[in-house]
Write a protein that binds this ligand. Structure first.
Ligand SMILES: [Zn+2]
Length: 208
């Protein structure tokens, strides 16, 4: 998962800088559902708070996996994010199937390769916590690339107690962007846009 944000007072200066960090969540929980995604969103918010990074508009890029990101429930629960995490707007952009190859795949690939090497060298890595421990101890500082660091987060407490009921989104397959700023209400569009002035300013309902 990629986490890119501006941080004021970076390196002791008052200038605003753009920095890129890689944020990994590692868990023994193997159920890929919206409850897990919500837990990761909370972890990211905690991290942003911990580094003093105030985010008002959270923008995600995901694939169109139904159980994690794109079912009516996945989309509906996102409408509670702003209220819960303090964002003014939440936007999720959906890649077309197989178009989502990018830095996140390279990030995951690197971790897997490093784990393979570690096992070949005789390390015992058998559980999710072993993975977390190895990564946190050995891989937080990238040797090259644009990322300032890798952050590893271990998650076990996935709350799956909530029940929801949301209306289906018509023509869900065509949707490539959803935005929300208040509970129970989302706006969807066939295409994302971060080009025109309105969309750049987050007024995605004005211009399509
Ligand atoms: Zn636009």
């Amino acid at each position: 998962m990629i986490n890119r944000h501006a941080v004021a007072e970076y390196d002791g200066t008052d200038e605003t800088n753009i920095i890129s960090e890689l944020f990994y969540t590692i868990s023994p929980d193997v159920t890929h559902d919206h409850f897990f995604v919500t837990r990761v969103q909370e972890a990211i918010k905690s991290h942003l708070d911990s580094i003093g990074c105030a985010v008002s508009r959270m923008i995600e890029y995901t694939d169109g996996c139904s159980s994690q990101y794109k079912s009516k429930t996945c989309m509906g629960v996102c409408s509670y994010l702003c209220e819960k995490l303090g964002y003014s707007q939440f936007e999720r952009n959906y890649f077309e199937t197989s178009h989502a190859k990018g830095p996140q795949d390279a990030a995951g690939g690197l971790l897997k390769r490093q784990l393979d090497v570690a096992v070949m060298r005789g390390n015992s890595i058998q559980t999710a916590h072993d993975v977390y421990k190895f990564a946190a101890e050995n891989l937080t500082e990238p040797k090259s690339g644009i990322y300032s660091r890798r952050i590893f987060h271990y998650i076990t407490d996935i709350d799956r107690s909530a029940t929801y009921s949301f209306k289906a989104v018509p023509q869900n397959r065509k949707v490539h962007q959803m935005t929300t700023s208040r509970p129970g209400k989302i706006t969807v569009r066939d295409q994302s846009c971060y080009t025109c002035d309105n969309c750049l300013a987050g007024m995605t309902s004005i211009n399509t």
